[in-house]
Design a protein around this ligand. Structure first.
Ligand SMILES: *[C@@H]1O[C@H](CO)[C@@H](O)[C@H](O)[C@H]1NC(C)=O
Ligand SMILES: *[C@@H]1O[C@H](CO)[C@@H](O)[C@H](O)[C@H]1NC(C)=O
Length: 778
């Protein structure tokens, strides 16, 4: 959502309250409070017959509407149709990591003072635990549906954000699952499945809530050195689009079966993504078969008309958007200009009908045309299902799994509380509350700050050291140093917050802001016991100074750990929890951003210009900490138990022969010419916990393809998290899908399976598989 949208969001919020009041309070004014409820003027009409197919019901409703009524339904603040007993609806609700009031559809207060606030997504990604991602989605949608039943939320949530975290400076990187397409894809599918809990098959599957994967596509720049997302043209190669930017969106639609996709503000190769039929109509709806609606980012249509001047008249902007495949406008543009676009013949009523059929069908799958919510599935959910003890416990568990131990010299951690009389707890984030929940948050059930969590184990000596994260000018650093001098250990909680990284705000550098570094170094020098550095931030910071400082015994990345963050931080520091999180992004050094323009979208390195490439897949320069890094208090070892050495890819005999010559060396099979069904490489890995503490460990399977033009140097293809008691061994079986995972996108974005020697890597182990093609005889 936008800052531009933000200013209008207060207006929308106001409208939403008025609509809600009309609907819930003054039922008499609009007829029924719910479409197709008892006493509805439409009760006998086909669109109210819940036993009928969704598509037929949606068409029936759309066919009954006048042009004016239709146009008023094309926007997020959709008007009611009183003569048919249909109340107004606010489409814009958010639930990125808990029900959020970042959109006007959600209102906290009354019976719903707060909702469970899970870690920010970048932190949840660090768990590498798909079970957790799905479970969080289920809890969020329990609370969301409860708030809907109570009249304080919609049912259409514009979450998750699955854009690839391409550049470490991006202010919204915190909202995403990181830089890796495979992790982002798995996250997208798991969280969406959890949120939607679809039941019933095919196109008619009922939804608990409707999720939305955003912002399609290649959106990951907000505002960098005067270049903003409303004007930015992302120049993206077909290769990067296919194997990087589009991957999470495809998984979200195809595997997660999401009910909505949002197009972004930016242009992609000169075309605004919300006006691009190739992206929306052909890819999302055509190839991936979206069963749902495509919504614009807030005011995107207005942005490509007003800010980008992509069309010369507003009516042409309407036509571009609808013909590209847009179904719903977050904003007012389509409500204002569609009637005149119809009159001028820029669009046809059939274009409008097609869009509405998509949105109305989703509302029907949500039960919004089935009368009273209390009579429906999930109708029992109410205030007693929000912020339950079980939900709060899951927030603690998620925060634990988010913790990433970056450094632990000589086993300095965990600290033993019984040996410590006093511990200095310092830093601008040491007593953080709101900072812990990041952006797109709501009102949490309750907070446990780091200071409070640590106070459960030891006697803290608290000094902020810096009054805020900016930490510039006069600051109480001296008092913090003095506290450290008197203590047996120091815990320094520094980092960032939304004043440094957020929507509309990219960073220029990666160092800790202001005098934070000085605070950390001075405290570490003064303290006679160990100093533990806790970094609370979404994006990576260059903490080389601390990595190299022998006075700093340990570094913990706490991310934005959610409402229960302080509990998890303290549990890790004092050994009640053994950390198992891993970095979902590369932590680059400051020099990287001095050399690389944020506007360069290329993932691949370009030796001819000295461009170093991006992410662990293509960048092999120096790093502060690498993707996948994360220490444990125990030690895990791997052995490859059973992995095939050879694999044959069967060609689709009818089509392959004229296009493909299997005996030519260095060739690859286009995926479209391979028999893909069930073609998978089973990877059996024995994992042993060789230490003396229980712990969890994520097995990461990387793949190196045979040489191929622009192939990644390595790519994560499978991962699985396991829990092991001290001394225990388990066998983990991972599947590598040949047609999805062992393919390289060529310059035209065509995926091919290279033939020859592929290698798989788990830890230090390498295994080679030889892939051959085999023609089926006809
Ligand atoms: C296939 O490639 C081999 C090696 O380049 C070549 O000898 C052979 O003639 C090719 N076959 C066809 C049908 O093109
Ligand atoms: C993954 O998360 C779930 C839900 O919190 C948890 O029950 C499970 O133990 C986690 N897996 C591992 C290996 O930690």
């Amino acid at each position: 959502m936008s800052l531009m949208g933000r200013s209008c969001s207060y207006l929308l919020l106001h409208l939403a309250i008025v609509v809600a009041a009309l609907v819930r309070g003054g039922g008499a004014a609009t007829g029924a409070a719910f479409a197709c409820g008892a006493g509805s003027p439409a009760a006998g009409l086909p669109f109210c017959q819940r036993g009928q197919p969704i598509r037929a019901r949606a068409r029936d409703l759309v066919d009954r509407l006048t042009v004016a009524e239709k146009v008023a339904l094309l926007v997020n603040t959709a008007a009611g149709v009183p003569r048919l007993g249909i109340p107004g609806y606010q489409w814009w609700s958010e639930a990125l990591h808990g029900v959020s009031n970042a959109g006007p559809g959600v209102r906290f207060g009354g019976a719903f003072p707060g909702a469970t606030s899970f870690p920010q997504v970048i932190s949840s990604a660090a768990s590498f635990n798909a079970t957790l991602w799905e479970l969080m989605g289920q809890v969020v949608s329990d609370e969301a549906r409860a708030m809907y039943n109570g009249g304080q939320a919609g049912l259409t949530f514009w979450s998750p954000n699955v854009n690839i975290y391409r550049d470490p400076r991006w202010g919204r990187g915190q909202e995403t699952p990181g830089e890796d397409p495979a992790v982002s894809a798995r996250y997208a599918a798991a969280y969406v499945r959890g949120l939607q809990q679809a039941n019933g098959g095919g196109n008619h599957a009922r939804l608990k809530v409707a999720a939305c994967c955003k912002h399609y596509t290649a959106y990951d720049l907000d505002n960098w050195k005067g270049i903003d997302r409303f004007h930015f043209n992302a120049k993206v190669s077909k290769q990067d689009l296919e194997d990087t930017y589009d991957v999470p969106f495809k998984a979200c639609v195809v595997e997660g079966k999401v009910a909505s996709v949002m197009c972004s503000y930016n242009q992609v190769n000169g075309v605004p993504s919300c006006a691009d039929p190739n992206l929306l109509r052909h890819t999302v709806r055509g190839q991936w078969r979206l069963n749902g609606y495509i919504v614009s980012d807030c005011d995107s249509v207005g942005v490509f008309y007003d800010a980008q001047h992509y069309t010369s008249t507003p009516e042409d902007a309407v036509a571009y958007a609808l013909k590209a495949g847009l179904d719903l406008d977050c904003g007012q543009f389509l409500a204002q200009h569609t009637e005149s676009a119809l009159k001028k013949g820029k669009v046809s009523e059939a274009d409008v009908d097609a869009a509405l059929t998509h949105t109305v069908a989703v509302q029907m799958r949500l039960g919004m045309f089935d009368g009273e919510p209390s009579q429906q599935q999930f109708g029992n959910l109410g205030p007693q299902h929000v912020c339950t003890q079980a939900n709060r416990n899951l927030a603690i568990e998620a925060a634990r799994q988010a913790m990433v131990l970056l450094k632990n010299d000589a086993g300095a951690l965990p600290l033993s509380p019984s040996r410590l009389r006093t511990v200095a707890v310092v830093g601008p984030n040491s007593d953080a509350t709101v900072t812990m929940i990041g952006n797109y948050a709501g009102v949490p059930c309750a907070y446990t700050s780091p200071l409070k969590g640590i106070g459960g184990y030891v006697n803290p000596l608290h000094q902020v050291g810096c009054n805020n994260v900016a930490c510039s000018g006069e600051q109480p650093i001296g008092a913090a140093v003095e506290a450290a001098r008197r203590a047996d250990a120091a815990i320094v909680v520094v980092g960032l917050d939304q004043s440094v990284e957020s929507e509309g705000r990219d960073r220029e550098g990666l160092l800790l802001p202001g005098r934070q570094q000085e605070l950390v170094s001075e405290v570490a020098k003064a303290c006679r016991g160990p100093t533990v550095l806790v970094l609370m931030c979404g994006g990576p910071v260059d903490v080389s100074f601390a990595k190299d400082d022998p006075n700093i015994a340990a570094i913990l990345w706490a991310g934005y750990p959610g409402q229960a963050g302080g509990t998890a931080i303290a549990e890790v520091i004092f050994g009640a929890h053994n950390p198992g999180g891993k970095l979902p992004v590369t932590w680059y050094p400051q020099e990287y951003v001095e050399k690389v323009k944020m506007t360069n979208m290329a993932m691949r390195a370009d030796p001819s210009t000295g461009y170093p490439g991006r992410s662990y897949r293509f960048y092999d320069g120096p790093v502060v900490y690498s993707f996948g890094h994360g220490l444990s208090y125990t030690k895990f070892t791997h052995a490859l138990a059973d992995v095939p050495a050879q694999l044959s890819v069967q060609l689709d005999g009818l089509r392959a022969e004229p296009l493909f010559n299997a005996s030519e060396p260095g060739r690859a099979v286009p995926v479209t010419h391979a028999r893909c069904d069930g073609l998978s490489v089973p990877v059996h890995v024995d994992v042993t916990n060789a230490g003396d503490r229980d712990g969890s460990h994520t097995v990461l399977v990387y793949w190196r393809p045979p040489a191929g033009d622009g192939a990644p140097s390595k790519q994560l293809v499978a991962f699985e998290k396991v829990q092991l008691a001290a001394g225990e061994q388990v066998r983990v079986v991972l599947g590598v899908d040949v047609c999805r995972d062992l393919t390289v996108a060529d310059g035209d974005g065509i995926r091919r399976i290279p033939l020859g020697e592929h290698s798989l890597h788990v830890g230090d182990l390498t295994h080679t598989i030889s892939l051959q093609a085999e023609s089926l005889s006809r």
